[in-house]
Design a protein around this ligand. Structure first.
Ligand SMILES: Cc1cc2nc3c(=O)[nH]c(=O)nc-3n(C[C@H](O)[C@H](O)[C@H](O)COP(=O)(O)O)c2cc1C
Ligand SMILES: Nc1ncnc2c1ncn2[C@@H]1O[C@H](COP(=O)(O)OP(=O)(O)OP(=O)(O)O)[C@@H](O)[C@H]1O
Length: 328
């Protein structure tokens, strides 16, 4: 898969292509079906499939300060769409200037003149151009005028398994819905809509230094990129994967009990994400870590004594083993 930032990297002699457009933050089950359709159309036509996405999130440019929590890093988004068969991952820097391009100009200048789109495959709620004034009807008309076809796919919905087990509610998959699940700590519902566990990434940094020495539970403290969609405060069972500096392949997934919160027992003020990795004694400082959230075990609590916290942490570890199906 090729990766472009902006359209200056378009190779000379670029022919026609099939394009799908959107933020695609979640690369959720709706996005997956849409992208698979775009790839299928591209294969039928014998042309490349281009996925066009934006960075930063358009909301931040339109209303500064309103950047939504981010479900995937651009790097992860690229990896996920590559697995779906996309040929070109094209990131358009979303600037004020781009936000002011009217819908017709966007179609003509970007889709036609630059990309030579033969077909545009988008969801039926797709909007584009200044003030999101362009919709499928307009895109279809512009396609007739400029010579590209438009496929507007029905939005994918389905029943979502929820952690409170009142499952079966059907939802239309969207990044907004998944952000709300994560914000509420319902990583089970998020996984149901994503089609995989919600992952956060970070670099292991130094914490207060009390976990190993005082509690007997050393934790890897994660520094995460801005806007990361961190689940609600609480304790979670998760899979921990680390990548040594310079290594391109991640190590094996290891079970972890993860704490998200401000460590109220120690009157902490900073919100941290800390993983106690089971059954290993290793130094993870400086490493890149992925945490895949499987299930929320409980809320973050303030304990009256360190002994009470340690007793609860032992119970958390036992519960993590049960949830992840790993034995001592
Ligand atoms: C599984 C697990 C559960 C935890 N639960 C709580 C909790 O309920 N309340 C709390 O104040 N801290 C909790 N913590 C956080 C500990 O207070 C924290 O790991 C400890 O202060 C060490 O911090 P450090 O890594 O910065 O040294 C938990 C940590 C883990 C790994
Ligand atoms: N449930 C869905 N089924 C099929 N296509 C979808 C679905 N949701 C979004 N799309 C399409 O995927 C592309 C990317 O959309 P975008 O990332 O803006 O969607 P989203 O997940 O609904 O995000 P948000 O909730 O932030 O609006 C667009 O073409 C959009 O129409």
């Amino acid at each position: 898969m090729q990766r472009w930032r902006g359209l200056d990297q378009l190779p000379g002699g670029w022919g026609r292509c099939v394009v799908t457009i959107g933020v695609f933050d979640g690369v959720h089950r709706g996005h997956q079906k849409l992208i698979a359709h775009a790839v299928q159309q591209a294969r039928k036509r014998g042309v490349p499939c281009v996925l066009m996405t934006f960075d930063p999130h358009p909301a931040e440019v339109v209303r500064p300060g309103s950047h939504p929590a981010q479900l995937t890093t651009l790097q992860r988004r690229a990896e996920l769409v590559e697995q779906l068969g996309v040929d070109v991952f094209c990131v358009l820097p979303f600037t004020r200037e781009l936000s002011r391009v009217p819908a017709e100009g966007f179609a003509h200048e970007i889709l036609v003149e630059k990309l030579h789109a033969a077909e545009v495959v988008v969801g039926e709620n797709f909007t584009f151009g200044h003030k999101a004034a362009g919709n499928i009807e307009l895109l279809t008309k512009l396609g007739e005028r400029f010579g590209f076809e438009v496929a507007s796919d029905a939005l994918v919905s389905g029943p979502v398994e929820r952690s409170d087990e009142t499952d079966g509610t059907s939802v239309t998959f969207s990044s907004t819905y998944i952000r709300a699940c994560i914000d509420a700590g319902d990583v089970v519902a998020a996984a149901s809509a994503l089609g995989r566990h919600h992952r956060i990434e970070g670099i292991v940094v130094r914490g207060a230094g009390r976990g190993g020495k005082e509690l007997g539970f050393p934790t890897a403290n994660l520094s995460t990129p801005d806007y990361t969609a961190i689940p609600a405060d609480g304790v979670y069972a998760a899979w921990f994967t680390h990548r040594r500096r310079g290594a391109d392949q991640p190590g094996p997934a290891m079970p972890a009990a993860v704490s998200v919160g401000s460590n109220p027992t120690f009157s902490g003020t900073e919100r941290t994400v800390e993983a106690f990795v089971l059954d290993v004694d290793a130094d993870f400082y400086g490493e890149h870590v992925d945490l895949d959230f499987v299930q929320r075990l409980r809320a973050m609590e303030r304990y009256e004594s360190v002994e009470a916290l340690v007793e609860q942490m032992n119970a958390d570890v036992a519960e993590t083993r049960r949830v992840l199906g790993v034995h001592e």
